[in-house]
Design a protein around this ligand. Structure first.
Ligand code: PRT
Ligand code: ZN
Length: 286
């Protein structure tokens, strides 16, 4: 029997789509039917287990799954023994302390002797202990943001991304306890064959990540502007330059960081650049 790596992915929720998208971008094909618990890839030795995100660290630690994609917030809270292999750059959010708008907050010590509602009792308890604050922790599993309004707690500790949930509940973000994003975790005792498959998978993930935010650019320029144009392109050491059929003109090909590129586009045009093409890149192997 050939070895297959078992990857735990959130069945349905905020992590699911981006996790599967990453797998697709790695060139791995599979069929996902909505109610199936597992699915096998066609062209890579990997099998998916679709689970609740809270169960993923435990399943990976126990070896039921070999690897998993989960939020750092859940991984830290569950404190299960598994290895963090890679940060994946999506599902970014922060676990924050929030208080009613009218609360005069002067640092975490302001919560001394008060009660805080959260779904992350372990992370919060360590944070309070680190800061030598004694507060009562009320563990609740959902709708944490309503706790102050119904008199359950004076403050909350919950995930925030845009901040609009806090605002619509009359709360303000007071302190960031943990920054989080999706991570790839692995069982601590993978055998050699599984380690090899994981290495191949990480190689592909890195190639996809390196391509994100990078663009392939092509532009034409009059030869006398060559030095100026190269100096304007950040991070480009040695672009390919090719002569054009029209005398005195060349074309430049290079890979640039998209954000930086937009900052210099006007200057490139002033230096005589024309026919600028910006093309997405799928993968970069360094
Ligand atoms: O059913 P299952 O247990 O698998 O899923 P779940 O309901 O526990 O989790 P889910 O799908 O809501 O979130 C999965 C993961 O997404 C979390 O563990 C985080 O790692 C990540 N993530 C990123 C978020 C958010 N952003 C987020 N904004 N998880 C939750 N929220 C919630 C937050 O709890 C609050 O209610 O969104 C609200 C705040 O959002 P803003 O934009 O209004 O600030
Ligand atoms: Zn969950």
């Amino acid at each position: 029997m050939t070895t297959v790596l078992r990857l735990a992915i959130q069945k349905s929720g905020r992590l699911s789509e981006d996790s599967l998208q990453l797998i697709k971008e790695c060139g791995i094909d599979y069929n996902k039917s909505d109610n199936k618990l597992t699915s096998k890839a066609f062209n890579f030795p990997i099998e998916f287990l679709f689970l609740r995100d809270d169960d993923i660290p435990g399943y990976v630690a126990d070896g039921v799954a070999d690897i998993g994609i989960v939020g750092e917030n859940v991984f830290v809270e569950k404190a299960q023994p598994a290895e963090v292999v890679e940060k994946l750059g999506f599902s970014k959010c922060r676990l924050s302390i929030a208080v009613p708008k009218t609360f005069s907050y002067n640092g975490i010590k302001s919560l001394h002797g008060l009660s805080i509602a959260t779904s992350y009792p372990n992370i919060l308890a360590s944070y309070l202990a680190e800061n030598e604050v004694k507060a009562e922790i009320h563990e609740i599993s959902g709708s944490v943001e309503i706790a102050p309004n119904i008199g359950l707690a004076e403050a909350i500790c919950d995930l925030v991304s845009s901040g609009s949930t806090l605002i619509s509940n009359g709360l303000k973000e007071a302190d960031v306890v943990l920054q989080s994003q999706a991570i790839l975790i692995a069982n601590n005792n993978l055998n050699l064959e599984k380690k090899k498959i994981l290495k191949d998978l990480i190689f592909r993930i890195k190639a996809v990540q390196q391509a994100k935010n990078k663009k392939y650019i092509l532009l034409n320029f009059p030869n006398e502007s060559q030095e100026k144009i190269i100096s304007l392109l950040p991070g480009v050491k040695s672009p390919s330059i090719m002569p054009l059929a029209s005398e005195g003109w060349s074309s430049l090909h290079s890979v640039v960081n998209e954000n930086e590129f937009w900052e210099v586009i006007e200057k490139l045009k002033e230096a005589g650049a024309e026919g600028i093409l910006v093309i997405p890149i799928e993968k970069i192997i360094l």
